[in-house]
Design a binder for this molecule. Structure first.
Ligand SMILES: NC(=O)c1ccc[n+]([C@@H]2O[C@H](COP(=O)([O-])OP(=O)(O)OC[C@H]3O[C@@H](n4cnc5c(N)ncnc54)[C@H](OP(=O)(O)O)[C@@H]3O)[C@@H](O)[C@H]2O)c1
Length: 289
């Protein structure tokens, strides 16, 4: 399959390209190829490219930046995806567009399936929700895959940052009153490959592992334990719990309970998958190598 991956310099885009090399013909496109801040220019730029599927990893994914660049966030997260959806619909190419658990109503505890109520609280979430809607309006055959707490890209995920800090003997603190689920980029790659093989499937999918909601604190605690058990950390340092409202760098309001249930993966794809802990173990080994 010939696949265009946009946002090729980002965490997800970079990792998906790495996962798919050799298996597919992959064209990674960055900001200099396609500027999502100028939706009107995208159609023409895609004209000369051949592809069977377009996987859109480009986004303004930083919550605080979206709040300070309202118009740009709307263009990148909502308007440009609409153009991609239109182009793919016209060409008969498959579109996979990524979204986020932040669109969900996070007021009540527990896992949320694809039918769960949405209530985007901040501008990032509002633009991502608008992107979900515009993509499916323009192209009902598209897949919108919501992901959360992505790790395994080798850089800035929660698993990586906790492990690096623990290995460096630094103090460990993590928020214990916000809940979601870590998700491995490798598993997201396998899920997307499976979805690309099923052109009869469309619409919204929660692309996460099975398992219960986690806080950043519970994830950090498990990562430290996994690293210690694997002999990659000499000790098993304690992680101090921290309330979200005390985090200076998280000034923008965020939803609390947004752990997703991958219900449609189970019912439509009979997906069994692996746990996030198994994937975290692989990531820790890679970081130690
Ligand atoms: N990472 C997570 O934990 C997480 C959680 C929930 C949802 N998601 C969703 O997953 C998707 C991928 O996120 P990510 O973590 O890979 O984000 P990321 O690391 O911030 O990467 C974003 C990508 O989008 C590109 N981009 C930003 N503005 C652009 C513009 N104006 N024109 C063209 N490209 C532009 C960036 O290019 P530059 O390098 O040039 O800036 C980069 O390649 C997004 O839809 C995000 O909402 C991610």
């Amino acid at each position: 399959m010939e696949i265009v991956v946009t946002g090729c310099t980002g965490r997800l885009g970079r990792s998906l390209i790495r996962e798919w090399q050799g298996e597919h013909v992959v064209h990674g496109l960055g900001r200099e190829d396609l500027d999502f801040g100028v939706p009107a220019g995208l159609e023409r730029k895609l004209e000369g490219l051949h592809f069977d599927a377009l996987v859109n990893c480009a986004a303004m994914a930083d919550v605080e930046s979206c709040e300070s660049q309202l118009r740009q966030a709307h263009l990148v997260n909502a308007e440009s995806p609409r153009v991609l959806a239109r182009v793919c619909a016209r060409r008969g190419a498959r579109l996979i567009h990524f979204s986020t658990d932040y669109v969900l109503d996070g007021a009540s505890e527990g896992l949320k399936g694809e039918e769960a109520v949405v209530l985007p609280l901040n501008h990032y979430a509002q633009t991502k929700r608008a992107g979900e809607e515009s993509v499916l309006e323009e192209n009902p055959s598209a897949i919108v895959g919501r992901v959360s707490w992505v790790f395994g890209s080798g850089s800035e995920g929660i698993v990586e940052s906790v492990f690096r800090r623990a290995r460096g003997g630094k103090e460990l603190r993590a928020v214990d009153d916000k809940f979601s689920k870590p998700t491995s980029v490798r598993e997201i790659g396998r899920m997307v490959t499976a979805l690309l093989g099923r052109p009869d499937l469309a619409g919204l999918f929660h692309l996460t592992h099975s398992g219960e909601p986690e806080s950043w604190w519970s994830v950090a605690t498990k990562v430290v334990r996994l690293g210690h058990e694997a002999g990659l950390l000499e000790s098993c340092p304690e992680v101090q719990p921290e309330a979200m409202e005390r985090m200076e760098r998280m000034r923008v309001v965020r939803p609390v309970h947004t752990a997703m249930d991958p219900a449609r993966l189970r019912t439509d794809l009979h997906w069994r998958g692996v746990s996030w802990e198994e994937e975290a173990r692989i990531s820790l080994e890679a970081l130690s190598g």
